[in-house]
Design a binder for this molecule. Structure first.
Ligand SMILES: Cc1cc2nc3c(=O)[nH]c(=O)nc-3n(C[C@H](O)[C@H](O)[C@H](O)COP(=O)(O)O)c2cc1C
Length: 378
């Protein structure tokens, strides 16, 4: 029996089935089917896929907790033998539907898959931007473990009115043949300078943020990806990155949500602060003098939620003091619900995740926020 191969095309155009992007995919599909391959088109606009909230939970727990259509769509893409990313040009770029889908795929960028499979990038414009958009889509195919066999671009001055239609159709035939051959041969692609740069960047990022990017760190360690670029590009298996969404991950997120950290539900140990005010009052006693050496900074806290007050901490050269009220010239103002700050102090909530998820806000020097982790000993 001959093997059956499946190509999946993600179409970011709202013109489902009749737009120029769809017409170009049809040209490819007809040629692919002659080669014995099936092309399935996914219209992103038919699915509920919400914006990435930037909560970064996927980096910490290994999966996106949001329950919408994203996970089922990306699973189809990951399981395909080849992937096509296709978008018309909207204001010199890909459409919002496609960008939203890509943003939700952040976790895959942190866990590059071995086994690069063939892919294609496709874009159409009315005359400006299709090459740029296709180049970009060609780059981001890597998120899904795919490498661009080629780029399929066209200009259409109206629906179905392709400039040089014959050339567009001939290009579709050539690319479909190349793609089919690559799939059937099980072709894999050699690394490029971009892969090397990406590996250097990502391995440093994950090592430096190993607490926050715990799941990524574990993944890279387990597959030996930190060891060398050769180990990275020689991956023979791709541990299921975010394809499988464990129920655990969802529960984990729920534990982290601020509403579950309401004071009535949290229990403090003797000697631990019961309120955000107590916590801030106790912070000078927990100062790490080594980390505070040479530092002069005023941290102001605008606390809301179950408590409502403003206070500030002044750190000067190895010492810290607590003061009621607003500071004259704070270097950073942290605006936080009391419950959120307490949950972070109790390690029930990751501070970076809470910040990225908008659970508290800051004004001023972001570097001072980052420094808090080492400045006060938990
Ligand atoms: C909101 C919007 C923005 C657009 N921006 C551009 C653009 O920047 N450059 C361009 O050449 N065409 C632009 N176009 C035209 C589309 O790229 C073009 O009509 C394309 O063929 C549409 O493909 P579709 O039918 O698959 O949706 C834009 C169209 C829309 C609706």
């Amino acid at each position: 029996m001959t093997e059956h191969y499946r190509v999946v095309a993600v179409n970011g155009s709202p013109h489902e089935g009749f737009g120029n992007t769809s017409q170009m995919l049809t040209m490819l599909g007809e040629n692919l089917s002659r080669e014995g391959l099936t092309l399935d088109e996914i219209f992103l606009s038919q699915y509920q896929i919400g914006f990435c909230t930037g909560c970064a939970t996927c980096l910490e727990s290994g999966s996106c907790w949001v329950r919408d259509d994203y996970n089922s769509v990306v699973r189809t893409v990951l399981e395909a033998d080849a992937v096509i990313l296709a978008s018309p040009v909207y204001i010199f770029n890909i459409t919002a539907q496609m960008k939203t889908f890509l943003d939700r795929s952040l976790g895959y960028g942190h866990r590059p898959r071995g086994n690069w499979k063939p892919g294609l990038a496709l874009s159409v414009s009315a005359g400006h931007g299709e090459t740029w958009a296709a180049d970009y889509l060609g780059q981001v195919l890597r998120l899904f473990g795919a490498f661009p066999v080629g780029k399929f671009t066209a200009i259409a001055v109206g629906p179905g009115e392709f400039l040089g239609r014959e050339a567009v159709e001939a290009r579709a035939a050539d690319l479909a043949r190349d793609l089919a051959r690559a799939v059937k041969e099980g072709r894999r692609y050699p690394p490029t300078d971009q892969d090397l740069l990406y590996w250097q960047f990502m391995s440093n990022l994950i090592k430096e943020n190993r607490d926050f990017m715990a799941a990524d760190y574990e993944h890279w360690q387990e597959l030996g990806l930190f060891k060398s670029f050769e180990a990275y590009v020689g991956q023979t298996r791709s541990k299921g990155a975010m394809g499988e969404i464990p129920a655990k991950a969802h529960r984990k997120h729920q534990q982290e949500a601020p509403e579950t950290a309401a004071p009535s539900e949290t229990k403090s140990q003797p000697g631990e602060p019961n309120t955000a005010r107590e916590l801030l009052e106790m912070m000078p006693g927990a100062l790490n003098p080594a980390a505070a050496e040479g530092l002069t900074a005023t941290y102001q806290f605008d606390v809301s939620g179950s408590e409502n007050f403003t206070a500030h901490l002044v750190v000067t050269d190895g010492q810290a003091a607590f003061y009621e009220g607003a500071a004259d010239h704070p270097n950073i103002i942290i605006k936080t619900p009391a419950e959120v700050w307490l949950a972070i102090a109790r390690k029930e909530l990751n501070g970076t995740t809470a910040y990225l998820g908008g659970q508290f806000r800051i004004q001023g020097d972001l570097g001072l926020l980052m420094k808090l982790k080492t400045l006060f000993i938990a």
